[in-house]
Design a protein around this ligand. Structure first.
Ligand code: SF4
Length: 443
């Protein structure tokens, strides 16, 4: 009788990618995906620890899996297991607890448990010598259009608020040949957009080049030389690593989408210093101007923390102003979440929850206004949309433009997974309304 497996995944694109890789590994061992609503023989919970809320959600999923099948094997992997091993191991619902650096070992640990080895708790030691923990190749993604490719793991920046270096360990970069091979296979499967992702993508290769972070360009260049019509999008980049030279070297690649997630975290240079982030308000704006000089509609998104310890009204005001000044398409607002073991957790000047929610509310409103202003600035421009969905009944197609705007347009002539030239016409709920440029059709 074939065994079934179910996956619950929290957090970032890297976690999503790893779950897909594990899904393919388990399928290779004969496991079938559990049918919706059916209890599974094995549950794999790929956890997150970026905020206190992520910890709580991780615990909820562990309990849910046990409720769904009291006799199933429940494996808890990833960042929550890595940063709070005692807590995770103390949960009676968890049979296997495995840290972030050795996820490739999970199938053998599941087999060991099924063979009667008993409860297993292994938290990664991140020996630098261990190198990149390859989960094997991903051959397809649920989305037929876009595919994530994980190229790097870990971070060595230790920003004051961040638990990720403790959860993910030092920088480990995936061999370039493995990345390019996976890209070729995904393109052969019909994916038209490859999203390169990592924990600190910009640090790709830095452990090999002694901190000179020029590895990412090399990988982008190799993928850029592959044949066919497709585009490359970068996941989140850190201004703690990149500078103007770094960006100029990226902008030479034609297939690279003019969009970037550039984590700001605060508009206040004083707070950035407290956070241990190595750039200033003006330095960040210099990067923005460089990107907009390359494409006036360069799609920028970012993360901003409100209520970092010691943040006063003036500091917060600078974050508000920066959202408008930079013209972000998307701004993710995070109320500061104290993470045990980080420098900021021990800092004075912790901001009360009420003040954090008030600042979140105001920043979200400002971010929305900035997003609409960006969409307005695109009206009249033609953009290339990768069609993801078509509603034949309504006669509407939808997809992402190269600068990361979700675009809805009349007509279903262009099939899913194909590119359509669309002129931006107006705002729309969730993005922009467009019209198909003349002469568009299949192919
Ligand atoms: S660079 Fe990013 S992942 Fe690394 S410590 Fe700072 S915020 Fe965390």
């Amino acid at each position: 009788m074939k065994k079934t497996v179910a996956f619950y995944t929290l957090g970032c694109r890297v976690n999503q990618y790893e779950t897909q890789a594990l899904r393919e590994k388990m399928a290779g061992l004969g496991f079938l995906p559990a049918a919706d609503g059916e209890p599974a023989d094995v549950y794999i919970i790929n956890t997150c620890a970026v905020t206190a809320v992520s910890d709580r959600k991780s615990r909820q999923l562990i309990r849910r899996a046990r409720r769904e099948n009291p006799d199933g094997i429940v494996a808890v992997i990833g960042c929550y297991a890595q940063t709070r091993p005692e807590e995770a191991t103390a949960m009676p619902q968890a049979d296997i607890v495995l840290g972030s650096g050795d996820k490739s070992r999970l199938p053998e640990l599941i087999a060991g448990y099924a063979a009667g080895r008993g409860r297993i708790a292994e938290v990664s030691s991140f020996e630098a010598s261990a190198g990149y923990d390859s989960l094997g190749a991903v051959t397809s993604m649920e989305s037929r259009t876009r595919a994530y490719i994980k190229i790097e793991d870990g971070c060595d920046r230790f920003c004051a608020f961040c638990v990720i270096p403790y959860a993910r360990g030092p920088v480990r970069s995936r061999p370039a040949g493995e990345i390019v091979g996976e890209a070729e296979r995904l393109l052969a499967r019909g994916h038209k957009e490859l999203v390169l992702t990592g924990i600190n993508l910009a640090l790709y290769g830095s452990e090999r080049t002694g901190g000179g972070a020029y590895g990412l360009h090399d990988v982008v260049g190799q993928i850029d030389r592959l044949g066919g019509r497709f585009r490359i999008r970068l996941g989140s980049l850190e201004p703690t690593v990149i500078n103007e030279d770094y960006i100029k070297r990226l902008l030479v690649y034609e297939r690279l989408c003019p969009s970037m997630h550039l984590s700001l975290q605060s508009g206040s240079t004083r707070i950035l210093k407290e956070m241990g982030r190595s750039y200033t308000h003006d330095g960040y704006m210099g990067l923005v101007r460089l990107l907009r000089a390359h494409d006036a509609g360069y799609g920028l998104s970012t993360d901003i923390i409100v209520g970092f310890p010691g943040e006063d009204d003036g500091d917060f005001g600078e974050s508000l102003a920066m959202v408008k000044e930079a013209g972000f398409l998307h701004t993710h607002v995070f109320p500061y979440s104290k993470r045990e073991g980080t420098r900021a957790a021990a800092m004075g000047g912790q901001i009360p929850a009420g003040a954090k929610s008030e600042r979140s509310r105001r920043l979200i409103a400002e971010a929305e206004a900035a997003s609409w202003a960006f969409i307005d600035s695109e009206i009249g421009r033609a953009r290339t949309v990768l069609v993801e969905r078509r509603d034949q009944a309504a006669g509407i197609s939808e997809g992402l433009s190269e600068n990361n705007i979700r675009v809805f347009f009349q007509g279903c002539e262009v099939p899913e997974g194909d590119f359509a030239e669309v002129r931006i016409c107006a705002r729309a709920e969730g993005g922009a309304l467009g019209e198909l440029c003349p002469g568009q059709g299949p192919g």
